[in-house]
Design a protein around this ligand. Structure first.
Ligand code: SAH
Length: 458
């Protein structure tokens, strides 16, 4: 197989980045925008020894799971969505199959057990407009017009689009106001190559429950000209609560800087997950799909089977979202998280909700828990973990096993590392009881899983 070869391929799988995967005479090809079931004509753009990448040239036979027309006309060029061209039901089936496949192959969970423990994937009724947070870059097109939208996959060229279907509808109105303001006041967008220009990005957040809106302009400077004019226009939008500037003068891909300067209204917005109230600043981490987050955390809570007498450890707790959810039903919750700012938010949110039975520690879960266990002999009825993609550290798993909690609830954003860790826990006296799969990110390849492990009674 060589560069520029034209091949016809049947797509059989989808890769981690959403690309279609097919084989020609045993040679594996990754083809962006092709979906399972398509037969496509593709041109090889990069050929390695055993695999290569090809560009989709023509769909010979479309998959029965292909939508006739993607809801967003930009879907193919934009890097934001990966599998929008797949019918939503097929996206769900693919994600459920992915989790199941990983548990079976990597976790070595017997098929009969999977049939028993896996619950049907929890999808969204309306798989668009689910994101409560959006970050739009500003730039110029070839004619010199100010544009905003999304980066094309893997590059930093802006595809103009003020109406992303994953975000809330009010985003468009906010972007229109900002661009009019920039044009009227001759405010230049930031140029990544020269490091010149003022406005880099806008971060917009929307509280689904409270309908409060936050607008934070990320700038290459410390002030904007005629800020009152911008605030006056934005403040007319119903729900506008917070307008701030964020200073980022570094030539970097990182969007946000550290400093926040207030412009209008409050510096935070409020939102709820279930009954728990959160105060969110431009710098806070907060789950982006509130509708599905509640469903996932309800499941974690249900799996924890709390009756009010339990001591619970919530490891990788972030801003304490799961911890505070659990604290409503447990005797005592301890949260551990590596990012100090997140722990600050967790403590603040506990106080805001008058929750007194949650305590938080900054540090690595694989260091804090072993230390507390060895030094203070801490105890857990239930341990909840929600690690990043790489999964749990082995030291942590071994401390968890020594602590012998009755239940372990494992929330995961990568079912491959989840499966790897489950295998270790299940070999040591834990029984896989339940698996829930929740679609937090429709049109992307990502999926969240929550499992319940119960300690076997001997
Ligand atoms: N449960 C939280 C966030 C989970 S995301 C929520 O639902 O909001 C995973 C979290 O693990 C992130 O906040 C990340 O900062 C944290 N993290 C990453 N490595 C860690 C480690 N070694 N020890 C503790 N926390 C870690």
């Amino acid at each position: 197989m060589q560069k520029n070869d034209l091949v016809t391929v049947a797509i059989e799988d989808i890769g981690v980045g959403g690309e279609g995967i097919g084989k020609v005479d045993g040679y594996t090809l990754f083809i962006k925008d092709a979906i399972i079931g398509d037969v496509v004509e593709a041109k090889i753009v990069k050929a390695k020894k055993n695999y290569g990448y090809a560009r989709l040239m023509n769909i010979v036979t479309p998959s029965e799971n292909r939508v006739e027309k993607p809801a967003c006309p930009m879907a193919r060029r934009c890097g934001g969505c990966q599998i929008q061209e797949m019918k939503y039901g097929a996206q769900l089936a693919f994600k459920e199959g992915k989790v199941r496949g990983n548990l079976e192959r990597i976790g070595e969970v017997p098929i009969e057990l999977l049939d028993k423990v896996m619950q049907p994937i929890v999808g969204m009724e309306e798989p668009f407009h689910y994101r409560n947070k959006a970050q739009f870059p500003f730039g110029k097109d070839k004619e010199g017009n100010i544009v905003t939208g999304f980066y094309a996959g893997r590059t930093h060229s802006i595809i103009p689009n003020r109406n992303c279907l994953l975000g809330v509808e009010v985003n468009e109105m906010i972007l229109n106001e900002i661009i009019s303001y920039m044009e009227e006041n001759k405010v230049e967008p930031y140029d990544e190559t020269t490091g010149k220009g003022l406005i880099r990005h806008v971060l917009i957040r929307y509280g689904f429950t409270t309908k409060e809106i936050m607008v934070c302009l990320i700038i290459n400077g410390t002030s904007i000209p005629n800020a009152e004019a911008l605030c006056r226009q934005l403040a007319k939008i119903s729900g506008m609560t917070s307008i701030t500037l964020n200073v980022n003068k570094k030539q970097t891909n990182v969007i946000l800087g550290d400093e926040i300067l207030p412009l209008w209204g409050r510096e935070t917005i409020t939102d709820y997950i279930g009954d728990i109230k959160y105060q969110i600043s431009p710098l806070s981490f907060y789950q982006v799909n509130p509708v599905q987050t509640v469903k996932l955390y309800q499941t974690a809570l249900e799996y924890a089977r709390l009756d009010g007498n339990e001591t619970v450890w919530d490891l990788y707790c972030g801003i304490g979202t799961i911890s505070l959810f659990l604290a409503q039903k447990a005797k005592q919750v301890y949260g551990v998280e590596i990012v100090p700012a997140a722990i600050k938010d967790a403590k603040k949110n506990a106080a805001l909700n008058k929750i007194e039975n949650a305590e938080f520690y900054v540090g690595k879960a694989e260091e804090v828990l072993p230390e507390k266990y060895e030094k203070d002999g801490v105890y857990a009825d239930v341990i909840v973990v929600d690690p990043p993609r790489k999964g749990c550290d082995e030291t942590l798993l071994s401390t968890m096993l020594q602590m012998k909690p009755k239940r372990i609830v494992y929330v995961s954003c990568d079912s491959a590392t989840l499966a790897r860790d489950l295998k270790i826990l299940c070999e040591e006296n834990y029984q896989l009881e339940k698996v829930a799969v929740c679609d937090m990110f429709p049109s992307s390849v990502h999926v969240e899983t929550c499992v319940l492990l119960q300690r076997r009674t001997m």
